[in-house]
Design a protein around this ligand. Structure first.
Ligand code: NAP
Length: 332
C-alpha cells in the first residue's frame, strides 16, 4: 500500500530473545538488539537506550535514575524478562509515568523443578559423585561411599509461599515429606489443605525443617533476611536452598555457618554479588548453580513472549497483562 509511512516505536532489547518473540517484536517495532554473547556493559546500555520508546531488559540491567536520565523523555515502558524486578526502581519509573512489567505465571513450575534439582543434588551428593565418577579415580564401589541424607519423609520448610513456593511445596507430596511454611500473609485454608502445608512463625520453620527453601522476593525488608541469628536456629543436619535472590541471604554469615558446621550444607542458584561467588562457598557440601532457576528453553521463550506482549499491548492502548504500576495508565 502506498502512503505516508508511519514510523514504528523504537525498542531497545538487551537480549536477542528467541525466534518467536523476535518475530512478534519486529511486526510492531523498530528494534535495536544487543547481540553480544556477554551481557552489555553499562555504558553501552545507557548509550543504546537513549531516545527509545521501550526497553526490554533482563535482571542484569539496573533500571535506575541514571538509566532513565540516559533514556530521556521518549521512554514509555520497561519490560523486564523476569518475574523478580528488584533490578528496577519502579517508583522512579512511576514518577516519570513509565510503565513497568514483569513475566509472572510462566516460570513457577520450571523454577520449582530446579529448586528440587538442587535439593536432591545436595542431599544425595550428586555433584561430588559426578566429580568422582568422571575423575577416573573411582576404582571400586564401597558400602559407605558418598552416603548422603534421605529426602523422603523429611521436613521441608518454605519461606515465602507465593507462586514458586507453592509449586515447590506441591512436589513434596511425592517424597512423603511434611511441609511447613512461613509467609507474610498466611495462605487460604484450601491452599494449605491442597499442599498439606502447616503455617508457623519463621523461627519455628527454621528450627524444624531439614531443608529450608527460600522463595521471597528481594525487597528492602527481605535483604539479609537469613543472617547469623536465622542460621543459628537451623538444625545442624539441615540444608539451606536458595533459588530466590542472592542478597536475601547474608553470604558471609552463611560461609561462617558452614565453616563452623552449624548447618549441613547449602544449594544455591543465586548469590549476593552475582556473578561473584564467595570462595568460602566452594566446598563439597555446597551445590552451586549460575542462576538457572527458570532456564528451560520452553520457559525462557514463554517469558520473552510475555515481555513482548506487554510492550505490544501498551502501544496498542491496552493494559499490559503484567503491569506492575497500573497507575501510570490512568495518567495517559
Ligand atoms: P510471589 O508469588 O510474589 O511470592 C513471594 C511470596 O513471598 C509471597 O507470598 C510474599 O507474601 C512472600 N513474602 C514476602 N516477604 C516475605 C517475608 N519477609 N517473609 C516471608 N514471606 C515473604 O513470587 P514468586 O513468583 O513465587 O517468586 C519469588 C521470587 O523468586 C521472585 O521475586 C524472584 O526474585 C525469585 N525467582 C528466582 C528465579 C531463579 O531463576 N532462581 C526464577 C524466578 C523467580 P506477600 O504476598 O504477603 O508479600
Amino acid at each position: 500500500m502506498r502512503g505516508v509511512s508511519v514510523s514504528k516505536p523504537k525498542v531497545f532489547s538487551t537480549h536477542v530473545l528467541f525466534d518467536d518473540p523476535r518475530r512478534r517484536l519486529a511486526e510492531h517495532f523498530d528494534v535495536d538488539y544487543w547481540t553480544g554473547e556477554e551481557r552489555p556493559p553499562r555504558p553501552e546500555v545507557l548509550k543504546r537506550v537513549a531516545g527509545k520508546d521501550a526497553l526490554v531488559c533482563l535482571l542484569t540491567e539496573r533500571v535506575d535514575q541514571e538509566l532513565l536520565d540516559a533514556a530521556g523523555p521518549a521512554l514509555r515502558i520497561v519490560a523486564n524478562v523476569a518475574v523478580g524486578y528488584d533490578n528496577i526502581d519502579v517508583s522512579a519509573c512511576t514518577e516519570r509515568s513509565i510503565a513497568v512489567t514483569n513475566t509472572p505465571g510462566v516460570l513457577d513450575e520450571t523454577t520449582a523443578d530446579f529448586t528440587w534439582t538442587l535439593l536432591l543434588a545436595i542431599a544425595r551428593r550428586l555433584v561430588e559423585g559426578d566429580r568422582l565418577a568422571r575423575s577416573g579415580e573411582w576404582l571400586q564401589w564401597n558400602f559407605d561411599l558418598l552416603c548422603g541424607t534421605d529426602v523422603w519423609g523429611k521436613t521441608l520448610g518454605i519461606i515465602g509461599l507465593g507462586q514458586i513456593g507453592r509449586a515447590v511445596a506441591r512436589r513434596a507430596a511425592g517424597f512423603r515429606m511434611r511441609v511447613i511454611y512461613y509467609s507474610t500473609t498466611r495462605a487460604p485454608a484450601e491452599v494449605e489443605k491442597e499442599l498439606h502445608a502447616e503455617y508457623m512463625e519463621q523461627d519455628r520453620v527454621l528450627e524444624q525443617a531439614d531443608f529450608v527453601s527460600l522463595h521471597v522476593p528481594l525487597r528492602a525488608d527481605t535483604r539479609g533476611l537469613i543472617g547469623p541469628a536465622e542460621l543459628a536456629k537451623m538444625k545442624r543436619t539441615a540444608f539451606l536452598i536458595n533459588t530466590a535472590r542472592g542478597p536475601v541471604v547474608q553470604e558471609a554469615a552463611l560461609v561462617d555457618a558452614l565453616d563452623q558446621g552449624r548447618i549441613a550444607g547449602a544449594a544455591l542458584d543465586v548469590f549476593e554479588r552475582e556473578p561473584l561467588i564467595s570462595d568460602g562457598l566452594r566446598r563439597d557440601n555446597v551445590v552451586l548453580a549460575p542462576h538457572l532457576g527458570s532456564a528451560s528453553l520452553e520457559t525462557r521463550t514463554r517469558m520473552a513472549i510475555i515481555a513482548v506482549e506487554n510492550v505490544i499491548a501498551f502501544f496498542n492502548g491496552k493494559r499490559p497483562p503484567a503491569i506492575l504500576n497500573p497507575e501510570v495508565l490512568r495518567r495517559k
